[in-house]
Design a protein around this ligand. Structure first.
Ligand SMILES: [Zn+2]
Length: 499
């Protein structure tokens, strides 16, 4: 059945969206949550397992202190209260990628609760309430093979990889966010972006959405103004920042069309499809009672020492939003200019280039100019473009030293992006250095004068502006490798004219 979706602007004028976000973050600890198995990504299936994470009878879990510390730091960065005493809980359900038939999680006693994260949307600050931050273990991965889509439907067999089972996972749940109106999709995206930056600044996870170390579920509901909040749906595993925005928008439109037709929204999980931007129904949502939570009997309660928590709080890094504001001031950028740096994903790159000895203006010029253009053309993230901040700083150093002019520097940068080596190597190997040998330049200037006697006469008679034509001829003869100002000075000197 195809239904025509109503227009977005028209829908958000009639309905009020309420959003909520649940984010799972795989912590970057060396070992798993309750055993000593390594956590690195990409190992052969089922090579990072032991009796504990395989759920073999008689094995006993021991909580990973580094994971608890990381979770507390996340909670503190999100302005949460840290529980003085809390327990892990068993969440009972069967799933083939979870051999114990239960997941160790936290239920009514989360480690961190009741915080907030401020995000900026369209220059306005929006405060997103944080309901809870709790610690649990990840499940394994099921791979469905033999079908066309990689989904279970149509597959001939399913394979299970337990390498991921037991990796520490932090779940961060927002409070419902009402009142964002038409901006709901942007707010959702801004929240996940800011959260990702916070987690990165804490160094607790590599927060790679494409590798699944940051995964996002998006709750959406609609209600009429003045009425109670509507039934929400949960769109699972939205795997890019752009998809967070699209998933909310798509669910707002779908729910509106159901409600407009007199239908009711079913409380269910839905799957987001990257290709179409649509969601389709998954399972109808379990309620907490289905999981038969009870306190985990194999683990002692967590009781983080108050002094330790205070120490962790004192040692928190500067939060990304404040850090960005400080950089903006240091770099002397307007809000608009800073926004374009942010949009290009260039903040850290410019920061690192400046740290390597380049002026903010020059660093910004390369990253937002030549390199952004290239990233756009090739559909690459700026950070993955193939040039590092150190290389950009080196390139600018060659320009500052007069060894490269702007045009040559761009050619060298192309070589850097193509992986030909460092800027200095490329300049030397390709013979791109500015010709600074005055003898060679003088000869080229003399040739240009001899070839253009009319222009030379004009310059001699005082029309200094005509020197441009001779400079152009010399630049052409030296394949752009001369310094234009030096050439101009030489032209005037050889013609006996004062510049
Ligand atoms: Zn293990």
């Amino acid at each position: 059945m195809t239904t025509t979706l109503p227009a977005y602007d028209e829908v958000v004028a009639r309905y009020e969206p309420v959003i909520g976000l649940e984010t799972h973050v795989e912590l970057g600890t060396n070992t798993k949550m309750f055993c000593g198995c390594p956590t690195d990504f990409g190992g052969e299936p089922n090579t990072r397992v032991c009796p504990v994470c395989l759920g073999l009878p008689g094995s006993l879990p021991v909580a990973n202190k580094a994971a608890i510390e990381a979770t507390i730091r996340i909670g503190l960065a999100l302005n949460c209260s840290i529980a003085q005493w809390c327990r892990f809980a068993r969440k009972n359900y069967f799933y083939p990628d979870m051999p114990k038939d239960f997941q160790i999680s936290q239920y009514d006693e989360p480690l961190c609760s009741d915080g907030y994260l401020d995000v900026e949307v369209d220059g306005e600050l929006v405060r997103i309430g944080i309901e809870r931050v709790h610690l649990e273990e990840d499940t394994g991965k099921t791979l469905h093979v033999g079908g066309a889509t990689g989904r279970i439907h149509g597959a001939t067999e399913s394979l299970v990889d337990y390498n991921r089972a037991g990796i520490p996972l932090v779940e961060i749940v927002t409070k419902p966010v009402p009142g964002t109106g038409a901006l709901a999709p942007e707010v959702a995206k801004a929240y996940v972006t800011e959260l990702r930056d916070v987690l990165r600044s804490l160094g607790v996870s590599d927060v790679r959405m494409e590798e699944g170390s940051l995964r996002c579920d998006v709750n959406t509901s609609l209600n009429l103004p003045g009425e109670e909040w509507g039934t929400r749906t949960e769109t699972k595993n939205v795997n890019s920042l752009r998809s967070v925005e699209r998933a909310v928008r798509s669910e707002i439109l779908r729910q509106a069309s159901v409600l407009d037709a007199g239908g009711r929204i079913t409380q269910e999980t839905r799957h987001f499809h990257e290709d179409t931007g649509d969601t389709t129904p998954g399972r109808s949502k379990e309620t907490a009672t289905d999981y038969r939570y009870f306190p985990e009997p194999d683990l002692v309660p967590l009781a983080p020492d108050t002094a330790w928590v205070a120490e962790l709080k004192a040692a928190l890094p500067e939060l990304p939003r404040l850090h960005r504001r400080r950089l903006q001031e240091q770099w002397g950028l307007s809000d608009l200019d800073m926004q374009s740096v942010l949009n290009a994903g260039a903040v850290e790159l410019i920061e690192a280039t400046v740290a390597a000895g380049t002026t903010p203006a020059a660093a910004r010029k390369w990253w937002l100019g030549e390199l952004s253009r290239r990233a756009n053309e090739t559909g690459t993230e700026l950070a993955d473009i193939g040039a590092t901040p150190a290389q950009v700083a080196e390139l600018q150093g060659l320009v500052d030293a007069g060894k490269l002019n702007d045009k040559l520097a761009r050619t060298v940068l192309e070589g850097v992006v193509a992986g030909e080596g460092s800027p200095t190597e490329i300049m030397t190997n390709r013979g791109l250095e500015v010709v600074s040998d005055t003898g060679a330049l003088t000869a080229a200037v003399d040739e240009a004068i001899a070839a253009n006697p009319g222009i030379a006469d004009k310059i001699r008679s005082g029309k200094v502006a005509a020197a441009g034509a001779l400079v152009g001829a010399v630049m052409k003869a030296t394949r752009g490798q001369a310094d234009a100002k030096t050439v101009r000075d030489l032209v005037l000197e050889r013609l006996g004219v004062q510049g």
